[in-house]
Design a protein around this ligand. Structure first.
Ligand code: FAD
Length: 107
């Protein structure tokens, strides 16, 4: 099967990567109008649950992302001098450009 994916953002790149892994005989072309290092400046956040899914589908990408991400868990809120601390907010954060470059390299 020949697949053309319009748009090489995170979704297009990850789709192409996983489709090729699942069906190596498929021909997959990703068409992106921007250059690899053009991107919007914000960061991307993934929950721990998302990272667990990524480890199942493509451990190599998950490992590269985890190496480049910052991880946090507990969140503290200070209100009028008292600290409120909650747990269970496992997240990783990365710059969007870095995430795209990891996915581009994997593809
Ligand atoms: C300020 C901000 C903060 C955000 N923070 C988060 C976050 O923390 N976590 C999170 O998960 N999401 C966040 N998002 C949402 C984020 O945009 C999406 O998660 C992510 O970018 C979606 O990826 P995508 O590949 O679906 O789309 P996009 O990233 O929009 O990628 C689409 C790609 O298609 C290309 N394209 C479009 N039309 C064409 C065409 N005709 N020909 C060729 N190429 C084309 C574009 O250039 C682009 O590269 C944030 C969004 C904003 C605006």
């Amino acid at each position: 099967m020949r697949i053309v994916c319009i748009g090489g953002g995170p979704a297009g790149l990850y789709f192409a990567l996983l489709m090729k892994k699942l069906h190596p005989a498929h021909s997959i072309r990703v068409i992106e109008r921007n250059r690899p290092y053009d991107t919007f400046g914000w960061g991307v956040v993934f929950s721990d649950a998302t990272m667990e899914s990524m480890k199942v589908w493509d451990p190599e990408t998950a490992a590269e992302i985890e190496n480049a991400f910052n991880h946090w868990d507990d969140i503290e809120v200070w209100i009028k001098g008292t600290r409120q601390r909650t747990s269970g907010h496992g997240f990783v954060g990365i710059g969007r450009k870095k995430l795209l470059n990891i996915l581009q390299a994997r593809c």
